[in-house]
Design a protein around this ligand. Structure first.
Ligand code: AMP
Ligand code: GLY
Length: 417
């Protein structure tokens, strides 16, 4: 099978790595990719938001499956354009991707499908904002309705800050605060059958101890030893399947990857958000544990034949990923700094620890930083403690001037807390 992956982050590197290990994959292409992906796939230039250009590239390459990684191309209709060219695509249609593209739409679908989520109001005027903030009280949760790359949400005890964020957006969702740990649960679906993956936890704040600003994600681990064994089944029955059924009922079936961001509150599981694609960095740890070859299951989702697909197989190993970010991330990051030590990790730790690239590019013989999140250092081990040790040992070998990473990824879970 010839596969084309669209995107350029560590999520796409993780997807490409798994696809490159799948014996059914005879050729692997990625556009636009990054310096790490170049080692497992042939790179091509394309405007990932231009559906016609992506479809033309897929046709030219003879691709038999196109996997669209990030949300922006999905919301722009890139998967539709690929399917219109007669090529199977893994990723939802533009309409179904509104589940991520509009928080108000997601809330409406959840209400129709009786999916448990935070109570909320959609507000467009300062008066509506004041009323909603007053109704819920502190801590205030204010979300920009549209796509904001994880940065559109403000959670604060400060009423003035909550108002300022709300009034800076055209349309906001204001909702009740959900306490309790967060879980990311992904499911592969063809619009009807839903195959949940293993749960993971992401670390959204920039600094140790969950301090500092929200980011795209600074690390992740899987499995979650503290979670109820029935969590996946419960979320399948109360969240994933009803949402997929509701979108199919509306005539806009969701096929691809449905990402449920969940809060495990004292009153039960609640959806914080849906995304329409694999999460980053959770994909790095989930795929590190998936034993079923990846291409077949993605193709079955694209073809609508998941009902006949055998159960997914998982490694009992734990996996941890630690993100190395540029100086000043999540503000405007400093880029162009050389990255050293990648060869040492490759030589000493493989296959239990490996480096997935995000914002990197080749500059002559060097690999340099080219974005906010630069690398996802990923490791497996018999348990979380071992996986953590290996991941951090690899992080210590990498040198990137001014870089930052969290030192407490999976620490509490590894300690049984
Ligand atoms: P989102 O973009 O919706 O995932 O929100 C980003 C982050 O904001 C989430 O991962 C949570 O940490 C936090 N958050 C979002 N909604 C809520 C909520 N209702 N209660 C508490 N925290 C929230
Ligand atoms: N890890 C958060 C996200 O992918 O949105």
């Amino acid at each position: 099978m010839k596969v084309l992956v669209i995107g350029s982050g560590a999520r796409e590197h993780a997807l490409c790595r798994s696809l490159s290990l799948d014996p059914d994959v005879t050729a692997l292409h990625c556009a636009p990719g990054n310096a790490g992906i170049a080692e497992v796939a042939e790179l091509h230039q394309v405007d990932a938001l231009d559906g016609k250009a992506v479809a033309a590239l897929a046709t030219e390459l003879g691709a038999e499956l196109v996997v669209v990684g990030p949300e922006a191309p999905l919301v722009a209709g890139v998967a539709d354009a690929v399917r219109e060219a007669g090529i199977p695509a893994f990723g939802p249609s533009q309409e179904a991707a509104q589940l991520e593209g509009s928080k108000a739409f997601a809330k409406e679908v959840m209400a129709a499908a009786a999916v448990p989520t935070a109570r909320s109001y959609v507000c467009t005027t300062p008066d509506e904002v004041d009323e909603a903030l007053d109704a819920f009280g502190a801590p205030y949760v204010v979300k920009d309705d549209g796509l904001a790359a994880g940065k559109g949400v403000v959670v604060t005890d400060d009423l003035e800050q909550a108002k300022a964020h709300a009034n800076a957006c055209d349309r906001v969702v204001i909702e009740e605060f959900l306490d309790g740990p967060e879980v990311s649960l992904f499911a592969i679906t063809d619009g009807e059958t839903v195959l949940p993956l293993q749960p993971a936890q992401d670390f959204k704040r920039a600094l140790d101890g969950d301090e500092g600003p929200n980011t795209g994600g600074m690390g992740a681990y899987s499995p979650l030893p503290w979670a109820e064994p029935k969590l996946v089944e419960e979320v399948l029955d109360t969240v994933l399947q009803p949402t997929v059924d509701e979108l199919r009922r509306r005539g806009t079936p969701f096929s691809g990857l449905l990402y449920a961001g969940l809060a495990i509150t004292s009153r039960g599981v609640r959806v914080i958000e849906f995304n329409a694609r694999f999460g980053d960095p959770e994909t790095q740890v989930v795929l590190a544990r998936l034993k079923t070859p990846l291409a077949g299951v993605l193709l079955a989702a694209a073809h609508g034949t998941l009902a006949d697909f055998p159960d997914l197989r998982w490694s009992n190993d734990a996996a941890v990923t630690v993100v190395i970010a540029s100086h000043n991330y999540p503000g405007t990051p400093r880029t162009g700094d050389p990255i050293e030590g990648l060869d040492e990790v490759a030589a000493q730790d493989a296959p239990d620890a490996y480096v997935l690239h995000a914002g990197t590019k080749r500059d002559g013989d060097a690999i340099v930083s080219a974005g906010g999140r630069v690398l996802s250092v990923t490791a497996r081990g018999a348990d979380l403690a071992r996986a953590r040790e290996r991941a951090y040992a690899a992080v210590d070998r990498i040198r990137l001037d001014g870089s930052q990473h969290r030192t407490d990824i999976a620490a509490k879970a590894a300690a049984g807390a």
